[in-house]
Write a protein that binds this ligand. Sequence first.
Ligand SMILES: Cc1cc2nc3c(=O)[nH]c(=O)nc-3n(C[C@H](O)[C@H](O)[C@H](O)COP(=O)(O)O)c2cc1C
Ligand code: SF4
Ligand code: SF4
Length: 289
Amino acid sequence: MKKSVIFYYSGTGNTWYVANKLKHFLNQNTGPCEICSIENLSQLTVKAKINNADIIGFGYPIYASDIPEPMKEFMKNTNLPKDKEILVFCTQHFFSGDGTHIATEFLNIPESNIKWAKHFNMPNNLCFSKKHKYTNDREVINKILKKANIEIKKFSICISQNRIFRQDFSTKYKILGNFQRPLYRKFVRFFRGKFSIDDSKCSCCGICASICPVQNIVYKNSKYVVKKNCALCMRCYNFCPNGAILFDKKPREIKYGIPYQGPTKSYIKNLIDTKRIEKIKKEQRDILQ
Ligand SMILES: Cc1cc2nc3c(=O)[nH]c(=O)nc-3n(C[C@H](O)[C@H](O)[C@H](O)COP(=O)(O)O)c2cc1C
Ligand code: SF4
Ligand code: SF4
């Protein structure tokens, strides 16, 4: 029996979904598994959880063969004792080059230290062309989830049987990743400042500010404002109930469908923190008084 802990970061719920399923299968076949969102985790808690587990896991969505900034920071600050077994998984719409292998750069470990690595295809949360529209049809989503569940189960069996499995660690995928990643890294700063709010549509519900993983949306002078430190998680853009979030000053394109609402309804429901919305508004009122 082996204990595992999986640290995950999820923008719109896909990685959260995979982490939950993996936990379910590992609990059945490998031993107690705990999953932890990296948002608001203290260093001390992380250290304690790592010390207490045999297998340490990391899960994240892939952004053009790269890792989202909050997960990069988390990995850089995580010390992995040599005796731990490591698993990495990423979620993607359809392609991520060497998306799990790139974790070695931020965990600062040789690739041989990663025992299990896998990419999971999940619904698209970013619409970047007519060809890759948002996935909103429940039937289509359920089909993707069904396939993913099978893959997650197979992956968990490799772990429980202690069989090494490293998807896309080959030179071909490293070359593809190394081709895509530099472009992303070059343009990411530009994209991070591209979100804003259409005040005429905004109802000041505070949802976006409460769910932003990097506190990039603030309540200032009685309105919500997006700063320039976005992690590109797509939460505010996809989940704003009024479609008031703009990208490059443009509203969401109706022709591409309703932005992805997550793999299940419970993801966003659990994420919205009404207490945090009140706190954000109160802080601003106190500053203005
Ligand atoms: C900035 C950004 C870049 C992305 N790049 C890719 C990509 O290169 N390949 C791909 O297959 N999916 C890409 N996606 C889609 C997500 O990786 C995919 O939908 C993921 O499962 C989202 O996970 P989450 O819901 O946990 O945030 C991208 C999404 C975003 C927001
Ligand atoms: S979620 Fe939308 S409507 Fe609500 S505060 Fe944010 S931008 Fe405004
Ligand atoms: S500003 Fe929006 S897209 Fe950017 S990190 Fe915050 S919630 Fe995510």
